[in-house]
Design a protein around this ligand. Sequence first.
Ligand SMILES: Nc1nc2c(c(=O)[nH]1)N[C@H]1C(S)=C(S)[C@@H](COP(=O)(O)O)O[C@H]1N2
Ligand SMILES: [Mo]
Length: 309
Amino acid sequence: MLLRNPRSWEIAEARATPERVAIARRPLIKAALGVAATGLALPARAQSAPVTDPRFSPGRAITAEADSTTYNNYYEFGDSKDIVQQAQKLPQAPWSISLAGMVDKPRTIALEDLLTQVSLEERVYRHRCVEAWAMTVPWTGFPLTALLRIAQPTASAKYVVFETVQDRKTMPGLRQSWYPWPYIEGVTMAEAANELPFLATGMYGKKLPPQDGGPIRLLLPWKYGFKSAKAIIKITFTDQRPVNFWQAINPDEYGFWANVNPAVPHPRWSQATERLLGSDERVPTKLFNGYGEVVASLYTNLTSEKLYM
Ligand SMILES: Nc1nc2c(c(=O)[nH]1)N[C@H]1C(S)=C(S)[C@@H](COP(=O)(O)O)O[C@H]1N2
Ligand SMILES: [Mo]
């Protein structure tokens, strides 16, 4: 685990650690005490479960797995929230990802090979959909920065573009030809190099289920949820700003940056509050979804851009 100075958005762990994660960590604490008491050294890799990084304590309760894994946005499977059953049909293996465009060596890498080159960790992130529902989920995966080290983008690359699989056999939504398939999303290289972007292969300590983007999806927790593309098969480095899926559909309502901001309403609804999946409680939405301390500096010189839609 990386050690860094705590930031002000990291609240005291004792207060913030959700029960599930706290329980998961207990054997580790015991193991550490065991070392102190007996003087026995534990093998360095004594525990194989990913280490939970306390810096990503969410400050709110974790959404019940039964809620976050049954209420989904995944237009390839249809435009309802109830796509779980259909999504089970999407094959999850074998899976590979193309590293394309402005990289030292364009190539396709098997997901299992990619996973031998990164170390998995657990992060609890808040997720805020542009539709104003929100969830809090423990994800397993690795930081996008680890993928950047593997892909080796060239100095000309300015953007990273993520592309979702198009599986015509299992994804009925692809037949709706007015949508600009494939689903693509993108961020700037500066955003990609930030510590928050995360590639998830698991949630709640289990394999990432297909309805939530299995076998591998992006998470950009300070941006509206549509930026967090699912089922990624291609990552392209380019000097051209991509037109993402929702921006292509409706550029008056959805843009490239899509940073969460409660003060900037969607043209058709307020973004001031959000509804927590499960309890349906409404809570105030925060600028950058509460991650401003980590990401706000990315935007200080971009005042002429539409950063919040
Ligand atoms: N490929 C793909 N990725 C996608 C979407 C989608 O329709 N297709 N929906 C996005 C939206 S709008 C949200 S809010 C999140 C929802 O993730 P979840 O279903 O795991 O909660 O996925 C995002 N990623
Ligand atoms: Mo969303």
